[in-house]
Design a protein around this ligand. Structure first.
Ligand code: ZN
Length: 254
């Protein structure tokens, strides 16, 4: 298939990652893009880094990944997120730390596509949840399609114009929710910000793992949801001694 599977925000949830990779394998897609935050929150950072490096053709650096390799960035996190970053740093070996250090903030896997973790612009917030924030983000698009994660909520934003010089207003931005398996058509005359949701810690009240398929031939972005063993992921989180809230939230998708 002339396309890519797109994953983001694995957050060291190996149970979710293995289930998603199994599904991608069944779909016979051989190129996988990872939009960062491979680690943080979950109990299997080493094995998730191994799997992502082995299976993904493009990987960008997430804010949790960065905080693990750069303690100064840790101050931006509070409570359980920060505890998980400190714990992650204590369990990763030098090879895994080096693998994270090699990741870049922006990648261009294809002439139509740019990849970042959170936002292509410096803005007051890098959580692109609504058309107002998306309108600012479109100013940073250097390609017609920008793939990003960070919010843990799958969504697509569409704007007019085919180049970055065209500033858009919030009123011009169309926001799409992305029901499981329903393709969002990508018009060649328009630009898109596409978020596949989170593999390891979904926050849209659907606890199933989320990922997407970007089909450039048929010009569609389709989010898929995948069941996985949430009980086992919660038990592993508790066994690692990570904060209980990080296990609890997996069951409700929050
Ligand atoms: Zn994240």
């Amino acid at each position: 298939m002339h396309g890519y599977a797109v994953i983001s925000d694995v957050h060291a949830n190996l149970h979710a990652l293995e289930a998603v990779f199994g599904r991608i394998h069944e779909m016979e897609i051989d190129r996988i893009i990872c939009l960062g935050d491979v680690v943080g929150y979950g109990p299997h950072p080493d094995r998730c880094v191994d799997l992502v490096i082995r299976c993904c053709s493009t990987i960008v650096l997430g804010n949790h990944d960065e905080a693990v390799i750069n303690p100064r960035r840790e101050e931006e996190f509070n409570g359980p997120a920060r505890q998980a970053i400190v714990w992650t740093r204590s369990v990763l070996g030098p090879l895994h730390m080096d693998a994270i250090r090699r990741l870049r903030a922006v990648e261009y896997p294809q002439e139509m596509v740019m990849c970042v973790h959170d936002s292509p612009v410096d803005a007051p917030t890098d959580y692109i949840h609504d058309p107002h924030i998306a309108a600012l983000a479109f100013r940073g698009l250097l390609k017609p399609i920008c793939l990003l994660g960070h919010t843990h909520v799958p969504m697509v934003f569409e704007a007019p114009g085919s180049d970055a010089d065209h500033d858009v207003t919030a009123a011009e931005v169309v926001a799409y929710l992305t029901p499981d398996g329903v393709p969002i058509a990508l018009d060649p005359q328009r630009r898109y910000i596409c978020n596949p949701g989170s593999v390891g810690q979904p926050r849209d009240a659907d606890p199933r793992a989320s990922f997407a398929v970007l089909d450039l031939e048929n010009r569609a972005f389709t989010v898929h949801r995948q069941e996985y063993d949430i009980d086992a992921a919660q038990a592993a989180t508790q066994e690692a001694g990570l904060p209980t809230v990080l296990a609890d939230r997996l069951a409700i998708g929050a």
